[in-house]
Design a protein around this ligand. Structure first.
Ligand code: HEC
Length: 118
């Protein structure tokens, strides 16, 4: 198991920029993944967030944070957005707009040894 982790570590460190990684950590630690999904693809109840344009995501989060929401559904987002500062919004939206996770992040394929996936 340790060997396995040591094999993955350089790939992980190499492929992730700091702000992207911060955003990814926030996405899980702030509970976003609970509604929007671990791959940020949403469900029938929650909108997808991955690959959306960053300015759109930022303006949405800032609106929710200011308790502005046009739909009843948006009431759900307000408490989560209120806990975010500008830096966190920046990191989260970088992660979401540049989303480049893939299945191998969850289930590594040991048969391919590339250059770290850059
Ligand atoms: C309790 C469930 C829940 C959680 C947790 C949650 N969201 Fe949401 N989110 C929603 C719902 C529902 C909407 C749709 C609201 C609407 O209709 O305006 C939404 C909308 C959004 C939107 C706007 C997307 C669009 O297409 O309009 C963004 C951006 C967003 N959420 C980001 C986040 C982030 C970042 C987090 C973590 C800090 C988070 N959400 C946590 C339920 C949730």
């Amino acid at each position: 198991m340790l060997k396995f982790i040591l094999f993955l570590l350089p790939i992980f460190l190499y492929s992730a920029t700091d702000i992207y990684k911060t955003g990814k950590n926030l996405y899980f630690s702030k509970g976003c993944s609970g509604c929007h999904g671990i791959s940020a693809t949403g469900t029938n109840l929650y909108p997808a967030l991955a690959y959306r344009r960053k300015p759109f995501l930022i303006s949405k989060l800032k609106d929710y944070r200011a308790k502005k929401g046009s739909t009843q559904q948006s009431q759900m987002m307000i408490p989560f957005a209120m806990g975010l500062n500008d830096k966190e919004i920046d990191a989260l939206t970088t992660f979401l707009s540049e989303y480049h996770e893939n299945k191998s992040n969850y289930k590594p394929d040991m048969s391919t040894r590339g250059d770290g996936g850059s």
